[in-house]
Design a protein around this ligand. Sequence first.
Ligand SMILES: [Zn+2]
Ligand SMILES: [Zn+2]
Length: 265
Amino acid sequence: MKLTILGATGSMSGPSSPTSSSLVQADGVDSETGETRTFSIVLDLGPGSFGQLWNHVDPQEVDGLFISHGHADHLADVISYYVFLKWHPEGSRPALLTAGPADIFDRIMQIDGYATTEEMEGCFAFEPLSSGRVIQVGPMTITAFPGYHSVESYGFRIEGPSSDGDGEVVTIAYTGDTDSCEQMVEMARGVDILLAECGFTEELQTRGIHLTGVRAGELATEADVRHLVLTHIQPWTEPEVALAEASSSYSGTIDVARTGDTWVI
Ligand SMILES: [Zn+2]
Ligand SMILES: [Zn+2]
């Protein structure tokens, strides 16, 4: 599988990056054509990230959109995607699988403000998530785990084929927005890459909303993660602060996500 960062800041876009979004891709056999192709899913689509998506895949060819929760920094660019799908000069494609909490459809309708239900459902095939919901996209198995956030929110564990074609299953987990909780440990157990939000630093001890760098590191340690990637860092926080915090609680490899970064496993 291949993980690409489309947006790495949290809570708002910043001078160097769009907000939360990433692309996960894996090669597999298309059951309709019998041919091998690359399957692509997008995890969250915060402001500015839809433009970055074009740099890596034709948005017409994305197979699924997985939205962690209804906060605007994770979904607002769905409105850009809607215009793309509705008005593309080459015509429409089948409605795009779009999974998220049950209120996602209403949230997107609110942000757009003008589209009818029929127009929106012509572009997006909404699938409400619940704890443990499993969705298959080509060779990738995506499982939803509830987070501990101020609104209903999910993290995703993605299992798929190793990119070197040896038949092994590799794993990526993404926290969405969450504070520390047992469900996130379960989601991240033994994964090859954990993409973990750290919206707060230890200076802010508010609970029930975000991880800090320290808490992201604790999660990676408890879940025995192989590689920790920090994301959702607020633009006013120096990434080095998040990195130093996470290094105090996790001794494995840590990277700070930046737009355009890729990891192939
Ligand atoms: Zn957020
Ligand atoms: Zn949030």
